[in-house]
Each structure stands twice: as structure tokens, then as C-alpha cells.
Design a protein around this ligand. Structure first.
Ligand code: MLT
Ligand code: ZN
Length: 477
């Protein structure tokens, strides 16, 4: 059990952090108390905004002494309310947004060292300036921060080729719940000295400490990219296409995203300036991106030939390749704005599930049928990272029903039903968004007891007072 923050603690923090680093003003706090999806609003007596790792250490040491909980927060773009404080006001909000220095960028080592508050798109820009790229990308790149991306082991749209954040992190600097600094900002590609604390902190959702900086792998800038939009009837054919494209283009396929016609319709309805890339309607659409290094042949040529053959073979119905960068960006907008369009359309039960890549086409078909049979009128909205076997398998209320009322009465049941289907298919109920608060009950219900015991033992060993982001990730006893 943690303690409520008292006036003494707040005063000590205020003195240590000064006016820029400490605020108890409701107008400063309120933008950060509700999760991105607007589903959970918490309470906190103060917003702590340190500008250095020493200040983070001071905050954690004071909180630890007082037994008061801290909720680390970056861009507040969590899909599972992982950075939203508890409703009882027992925790203080610890924002890393002022720690936004890119400490170094090395083209020789292909490593960037970025502080936790660096916004992902700022890192993209900085890396490009030295002819390198940081290849993780996602719709929230303009707000998501490095600390949050590390702490949630973020995925995104380039995982097919580069893996999740876990495979891009070389080292971490973090403040542990004792207030001590873990100085693991390595640029080493190989380091085999036993338990890997860095990997324990990646995806820990702030429950084992506060990530303050990370050293990250960089890659050569792409010389050219080709972005294709494809219409087809069957996700199984999409996977056949993916394997053919990989054989034809080597490692150049980076993104292989699927969008249902319903998802595309939502974007066209709610996001201004968008238009469908193909003339006809198709049951499913794909966004495919291939890149090539500087000096290599333009991937558009290989992609055009391969897609033409796929149309001839009846594998896909239609395809087009973006003629220029503006059009490429407009294709990506159609994919990246699905969540925003869905939010503007109203509430839905959102899921972020994975199964083996080869099992996904069947899951899409049979899962949607099962949901629609069990919850008559409910509408499955599926889109996402087909190349990784990770789909956002969301369920919208029946037409005409109030979304909030429907979610309140059916939401939990729908999500449990979907998660059970995923479990039966050998999959995961959180492929990339993490557990946070919103997945915690189903995670607790379905987790293997052996794994749960290990998880709790690790948490107890590193955070014995339980002050780091309580109520997230670790199922309560
Ligand atoms: C996406 O793939 O667009 C994101 O994970 C967001 C979402 O699931 O809504
Ligand atoms: Zn996603």
C-alpha cells in the first residue's frame, strides 16, 4: 500500500524543482489526467516536470521515503491508459517532457542517445540530418516520446523489417525506485554479462523505474521508397503476396498493413482532404511500403512488376503505386488516421491482438463471425499490421445505439470474448499497446500462473514499496 502525498512532501518537491518543475495548478494538470482515448480520468496533487536525471533521482528518492506513488508520463498517447494516474489521487504525475535533449548522434556507431522526453518525429528529423534513420514509426509520432516508446516496447508500422522498440534499444539510463541511477547507456552491440536489466525495463510500463534516456540503433537513410495501395478479397491471398514480394525484393518490404473497407470508409468520412486510392470498393486493402538504399534500383519498379503479376494471377483485385512523395503521404494518412477517425465516429471496444502470421486470415474471418453471432449487430472493424500477425480487432456498437451506453453494458463482455478467442488461437491480447489499466483484468484472468509468479517476484525485488506506476501491468494479488 502506498501513502497519500502530504503537504510536507509536496513542499519538499516544490522547493527542489522550482516553479518550472512543480505545479499543483489544476489548469497545468488537467490536460494530462485523461488518457488519449478519453476513457479514464485520474487525479493527482502535483505535476512534476524534472529537467535532468538528477531531478528525477531527487523526486524518486523523496517519493520513496514517503511511500508515495509516481506515474511516469511522456506524450500521454497510451492506448491502454498506462500513463493515467489513479482516481484516488494517491500518485503524483511525473512528466519527462522537459528532458528532451538528443545527447549524441553518431554515424560511426549508428547510435543516437535521446532523453526520455524527445518526441519521436524530432528524432527522425535529427537522424536524417546526419544521413541516418531511426526506423520505428507510428501514427502518434508527433506526440509519443522516447521514454514512453521504450517503456511500452512500442511497435508501429515498420516492425516487419526492424522489430519492435526492444530490438532497437542498445542501452538505457533509468532511475530505479530507490532513487539510484542505473547507468546502462551502452553503445555496445554485444554485451553478454547475464541478466539484461535494459530488456527488463523495455516494456515495463514504468513499473520498475523511470527511463530517463536510451541509446538507440540507427540505420542508413533510405535512398528511395515505394508505397503501394492494393485492393483484394481475401487476407490469405495477402499473405501469399507478402511472401512473394519478399522473395522478389529481398529485405526491402518494411510495411505490410491491412485496412478493411469499413475502416477506409471511416477515414474518408471523418478526415478532411482524404480520397480513396482505388476506383472500386474492395473487401480489404493493403498499404505496402518498400525501400531501397541510396544508389540501389528504385523499389517501385520491382513492386510494380510483382503487383501486376499478382493481379494477373487473380491474387489481388487492383493496385496502384504512389506517383510521388505527396501521394505516398496521402496513402499513409489513410492508414495512420484510422484510430482518429474511429474516435471521431464514437466509442468502440478496442483490441490489439496477435496470432501467428499464418493464422491471422482465419482469425479475421472466424473471429468476426463469432463476435457478430454472440453480439448481434456489433460491427468488427479490423486493421493493422498483417505482416506481423498483429491486428486492431475493434468492435463498434450496433447502428443506432448510443456508443457510451453500449460500451458500459457490453464493452467488458465483448473484450473478454475477443481475448478468449485470441487465447484459443494461441495469441496475445496485447501485441503492441501493452497492458496499462485497460487490459489488466483480462491479463490477470488469462495469465499463466508460473509467469505471474515470476512477474511479481521481479516487481517485488526492484520496487519493494510498490511506488512505481501502481495499478498498471502487474495483476493485483
Ligand atoms: C495503429 O496501428 O494505428 C495504432 O496501434 C493505433 C490503434 O490501434 O488504434
Ligand atoms: Zn498498431
Amino acid at each position: 500500500m502506498t501513502q497519500m502525498p502530504d503537504a510536507n512532501l509536496l513542499e519538499s518537491l516544490r522547493q527542489r524543482l522550482g516553479p518550472k518543475g512543480f505545479s499543483g495548478a489544476p489548469e497545468d494538470l488537467s490536460p494530462w489526467l485523461t488518457d488519449w482515448r478519453g476513457r479514464i480520468t485520474g487525479k493527482a496533487a502535483a505535476l512534476l516536470s524534472p529537467s535532468s536525471v538528477e531531478e528525477v533521482q531527487a523526486i524518486v528518492a523523496l517519493a520513496s521515503q514517503a511511500g508515495v506513488a509516481l506515474v511516469p508520463q511522456g506524450g500521454n498517447s497510451s492506448m491502454v491508459a498506462g500513463a493515467t494516474p489513479p482516481v484516488d489521487g494517491s500518485a503524483l504525475l511525473l512528466s519527462l517532457r522537459r528532458m528532451r535533449a538528443i545527447r549524441s548522434l553518431s554515424g560511426d556507431d549508428n547510435v543516437a542517445v535521446a532523453e526520455a522526453g524527445v518526441i519521436l518525429s524530432d528524432l527522425h528529423v535529427a537522424a536524417e540530418k546526419i544521413g541516418r534513420r531511426f526506423p520505428l514509426s507510428l501514427a502518434a509520432k508527433g506526440t509519443a516520446t522516447i521514454g514512453g516508446l521504450v517503456s511500452t516496447n512500442a511497435g508501429g508500422t515498420q516492425v516487419l523489417r526492424f522489430g519492435t522498440m526492444r530490438s532497437l534499444v542498445l542501452g538505457i539510463e533509468a532511475v530505479l525506485p530507490s532513487g539510484e541511477r542505473f547507468d546502462g547507456l551502452s553503445a555496445l552491440r554485444k554485451d553478454n554479462r547475464g541478466y539484461d536489466l535494459r530488456q527488463l525495463l523495455v516494456g515495463a510500463e514504468g513499473t520498475l523505474g523511470v527511463v530517463t534516456a536510451a541509446s538507440l540503433r540507427l540505420f542508413p537513410s533510405a535512398g528511395s521508397r515505394a508505397v503501394a495501395w492494393v485492393g483484394l478479397a481475401d487476407p490469405q491471398d495477402a499473405l501469399t503476396l507478402l511472401r512473394r514480394l519478399e522473395a522478389a525484393t529481398g529485405e526491402s518490404i518494411e510495411s505490410f498493413e491491412i485496412v478493411s473497407q469499413d475502416a477506409l470508409d471511416l477515414v474518408l468520412r471523418h478526415i478532411s482532404g482524404t480520397r480513396a486510392p482505388l476506383g472500386d470498393r474492395h473487401r480489404w486493402h493493403l498499404l505496402i511500403e518498400a525501400t531501397a538504399p541510396e544508389g540501389a534500383a528504385d523499389p517501385a519498379e520491382t513492386l510494380t512488376i510483382a503487383l501486376h503479376e499478382a493481379v494477373e494471377a487473380g491474387l489481388i483485385e487492383d493496385a496502384t503505386i504512389a506517383a510521388n512523395e505527396t501521394q505516398a503521404q496521402s496513402f499513409w494518412k489513410l492508414r495512420e488516421d484510422i484510430s482518429e477517425a474511429e474516435r471521431l465516429d464514437g466509442g468502440s471496444a478496442k483490441h490489439d491482438v496477435s496470432v501467428a502470421v499464418s493464422a491471422m486470415p482465419r482469425f479475421l474471418d472466424e473471429g468476426a463471425q463469432a463476435v457478430e453471432q454472440r453480439f448481434p449487430g456489433a460491427r468488427v472493424l479490423a486493421f493493422g499490421h498483417l505482416g506481423d500477425g498483429n491486428i486492431h480487432f475493434n468492435v463498434r456498437p450496433p447502428v443506432g445505439l448510443d456508443d457510451k451506453a453500449w460500451l458500459a453494458s457490453e464493452g467488458t463482455g465483448v473484450s473478454s470474448f475477443v481475448h478468449d478467442l485470441v487465447g484459443e488461437a494461441g495469441g496475445s491480447l496485447s501485441a503492441e499497446h501493452g497492458i496499462g489499466q485497460l487490459k489488466l483484468a483480462d491479463f490477470a484472468r488469462t495469465i499463466d500462473p508460473v509467469r505471474l509468479a515470476a512477474l511479481r517476484a521481479i516487481k517485488q525485488a526492484i520496487d519493494p514499496k510498490g511506488i512505481m506506476n501502481p495499478g498498471k501491468l502487474i495483476p493485483p494479488a
